[in-house]
Structure formats: C-alpha cells, structure tokens
Design a protein. Sequence first.
Length: 175
Amino acid sequence: MGGPHWVYQRLPRRQRSRESCRCRENQGFLQIIGHGVTEHLQNTLFKVIAAFFALPINEKLKLSAELSPCLRGYDMVGGQKLDGLDESATPDQKEGFMIKPEKPLERFLAGPNQWPDTSLLGMADFQDAYTEYFWAVHELSKKMFRLVALGLDLDENYFDDFASDIDGSSNNLIR
C-alpha cells in the first residue's frame, strides 16, 4: 500500500502520537507498520475470508445478517446502501461478513455470531482466525486511541472508556 506510513515501534511515544495525527490531518489516512497483528494471522485471515467469499451464494445466504437477531453475518452485494434514506441511491457494490463479541441475547443487538459450516471447503479455520483477528485489531485500536489522545494534547487515557466499549466494537470484512 502506498501513501504515508510510519513504523509503529520506532518513534518515541509522544512523537509517534503527533506523527499519526499529522498523517491523518494532511493525508486522511496512514499505514501502520509494526502494529503487532502478526503476518501469519493476517495471511490466515485473508485465506479463510477469500474461501468464504468464493462459496456458492446459497451457502453465504444461509448466514445472512438479515436472519440474525443481532444483525451479524453475511451482507450480499447490493444488500446495503451508504445513503439509506435516499430510495434512489445505488446499493453498495460490496459483500461483507460482520462479527461482534458474543454476548447473551438480553441486550439490544447482542447475541451470537453466525459461522459457516466447518465442513465446507476452506471453512475449518474461519471462526478461529476471524475471532483472533477481531481481538488483535481491537487491542490495536485501543493503542491508536491513546496515540490520538496524546497527539491532541489530551490525557493519554481520554478515549479509554470509548475504546474499551466492546459492545460497540464490530469487524466487517469486505470484498
């Protein structure tokens, strides 16, 4: 990936926070190198998600988010619109699969994730790889929120409550 990037571990903490804010302000994004999500985990996730998206549509639709009481699972191409209020808006031309932390059904949008049948080709490691990736990225996001706080000259823990709110965390893999 091109564009601005910086190696996460090499800069002193305060400089790291200011550099990350500068990149986002000037470029709108940044690429993080040395973030701690292992290459092995990334490669495993890419492999299983590619295998999932290669499944026949009838297998993917068995996991439709529309069938889930907590709106988790598969979203087909055209299943969502960025502008949901405009009836004439073109549906999104992507498909995705979303998970969240699994919690008891008592809370709004809480509950189990949907997972593909492990007997399907390439799906044996899907749940483990996706769940491990979810938690690795969640931990990275907490570190990034602390850097943002420092970069804005706020207390390092300013966003901790927000970043630690696991109920608000989700991960949507898109193709």
